[in-house]
Design a binder for this molecule. Structure first.
Ligand code: XBP
Ligand code: MG
Length: 253
């Protein structure tokens, strides 16, 4: 077997979308619907354990607002979430959501090396398209053979469904791929699909359990801005490039 493809999570992995995008968008949507809810960054740390915006809203209502009355919580969460998606896309369209260090470079190097690229995320498809278009340009949508997103599968992460779906669509075995994740729910999902995984942490996930990962890094790094190795064997690499991925693949796959 050889390394054929790289599969990327989106939120927290490609960009810091949670703090600067999703959280802001949720609060804007609450305000516009006249709700007096405001999620703090501290509360959002907890709410992020629930993947998927609609499920997150319902978890919040059930846990924190037991007296909140609404005829149909599912319908309410759906409407609120649709507004939140619009707000999120607006934020991304303003160009306020840069990619994390090394992401664009690695996409380019991987494509040049003939590696196949895909995305596996629980976020809403419109969010992924907006992020890619506004950071890399419309053409970059074609860089990804499959953009597996949202409820295209029955169970969101931590279930492995989205990774199984992407592998099937690409006709690849898990052993031919590496995945990139940032969270405990993400590694549970790739573990379920048996895909070896690199982690880049962020402020919400730096204390998460990443059991099963092959390496945990601060970020992908750049030649002049090395990553910090948080877990895994030190090598000469100071930023993630195709040579480093091949080295990790040879060691772990
Ligand atoms: C991302 C999520 C998403 C976003 C919100 O998880 O959990 O729910 O927070 O997106 P991952 P939506 O990075 O593991 O894919 O509101 O569109 O669901
Ligand atoms: Mg993520």
């Amino acid at each position: 077997m050889a390394l054929e493809a790289l599969i990327f999570d989106v939120d927290g992995t490609l960009a810091n979308t949670e703090r600067d995008g999703h959280l802001v968008a949720f609060n804007l949507a609450f305000k516009e619907l006249g709700l007096d809810w405001e999620w703090s960054n501290k509360l959002y740390h907890e709410l992020l354990n629930v993947t998927g915006g609609q499920l997150r809203i319902k978890y919040y209502v059930n846990k924190y607002l037991p007296n909140f009355e609404v005829p149909d919580l599912d319908a309410f969460a759906l409407k609120l979430h649709q507004l939140k998606t619009k707000k999120y896309v607006n934020i991304v369209e303003k160009g306020e959501m840069p990619l994390r260090p090394g992401v664009e470079r690695l996409f380019n190097e991987a494509r040049a090396a003939g590696l196949r690229l895909a995305i596996a995320t629980t976020t809403t498809p419109a969010n992924v398209d907006a992020l890619i278009i506004n950071t890399l340009g419309e053409k970059a949508l074609d860089w990804f053979e499959i953009i597996g997103a949202g409820d295209v599968v029955p169970n969101l992460k931590p279930a492995g469904d989205i990774y199984h779906y992407v592998l099937k669509q690409m006709n690849l075995d898990a052993s031919e791929c590496l995945a990139f994740e940032d969270s405990h729910n993400g590694i549970l999902s790739t573990n379920d699909a048996n895909i070896k995984t690199l982690i880049t942490v962020n402020e919400y996930t730096d204390r998460h359990d990443f059991d099963g990962s092959i390496v945990v890094l601060s970020d992908l790094g750049e030649p002049e801005n090395p990553f910090k190795l948080l877990k895994g064997s030190p090598t000469k690499a100071s930023f993630v490039n195709v040579a480093y991925l091949q080295e990790l693949y040879a060691q772990h796959c």
